[in-house]
Design a protein around this ligand. Structure first.
Ligand code: SAH
Ligand code: DHB
Ligand code: MG
Length: 226
């Protein structure tokens, strides 16, 4: 079999069916977001289930997401926390936030998931020293040049045992180019340098292929406190 992006998409579709990953709620969420004109850049179902499993694995009661879009990843994360858990997701675009709120309500997650609207870097300071901080899991998936700043905030807002997950850290392989002038690539590379030098976390990066092309996820476990 020839390995190319058609194969990756086909395998993603096969896995979604074979593992029965995407139910009616998630399918409608994706369709709603597309109808509202949102870009097709959410995580995939296989990645979403991984987020749910990571959330469940750390027994997360509190989750912070940076970058909501239409709420697709938010639903997966929200499903990983218990009924009395709390998820806060930050989104700069009021239209995206409105679509997400609708999708979360339909998913039955409206009460435990709160969408806050604004530039994440302006919203993050208010989360410190306020319940439900410290967060048990932080998912960083907004503008890529700000990933280093979001990672620093994630460290402030978590505790030993928390997980920090960062999407889109491979950029179709462009991450290897140290001379790249793409601000997204520079953001990712600066983040990876921070990650490597950060004694408070133990981390790895997995490159992924699938319906969304060649990209990757960083996963960091907070191992010691401030
Ligand atoms: N996590 C979503 C995809 C997020 S796409 C999913 O997988 O389903 C990235 C989102 O980040 C977009 O909705 C974009 O509007 C938002 N965003 C971009 N810059 C931002 C900022 N500075 N603060 C908060 N959100 C931002
Ligand atoms: C983009 C953002 C994402 O979160 C993603 O998963 C893919 C692409 C983007 O801004 O292009
Ligand atoms: Mg992403």
């Amino acid at each position: 079999m020839v390995e190319n992006s058609d194969t990756w998409t086909e395998v993603d579709a096969y896995l979604e069916r074979a593992l029965d990953l995407a139910d009616e709620t998630l399918t409608r969420t994706a369709a709603d977001a597309a109808r509202a004109g949102l870009p097709d850049i959410s995580i995939t179902a296989t990645q979403g289930k991984l987020l749910q499993l990571l959330t469940e694995s750390v027994g997360a009661q509190s989750v912070l997401e940076i970058g909501t879009l239409g709420g697709y990843s938010t639903i997966w994360l929200g499903r990983g926390i218990p009924e009395d858990g709390k998820l806060i997701t930050l989104e700069i675009d009021p239209n995206h936030a409105a679509v997400a709120r609708r999708n979360l309500a339909r998913a039955g997650l409206g009460s435990k998931c709160e969408v806050r609207v604004g530039p994440a870097l302006e919203l993050l300071p208010a989360l410190e020293h306020q319940p439900p901080a410290p967060y048990d899991l932080v998912f960083i998936d907004a503008d890529k040049p700000s990933i280093p700043a979001y990672f620093r905030w994630a460290l402030r807002l978590t505790r030993p045992g928390s997980l920090i997950v960062v999407d889109n850290v491979i950029r179709r392989g462009a991450v290897v180019d140290g001379t790249s002038t793409d601000p997204a690539v520079q953001g990712v590379r600066q983040f990876l340098e921070l990650l490597a030098a950060e004694p408070r976390v133990s981390a790895t990066v997995l490159q992924t292929v699938g319906r969304k092309g060649h990209d990757g996820l960083a996963v960091a476990l907070v191992v010691t406190g401030q």
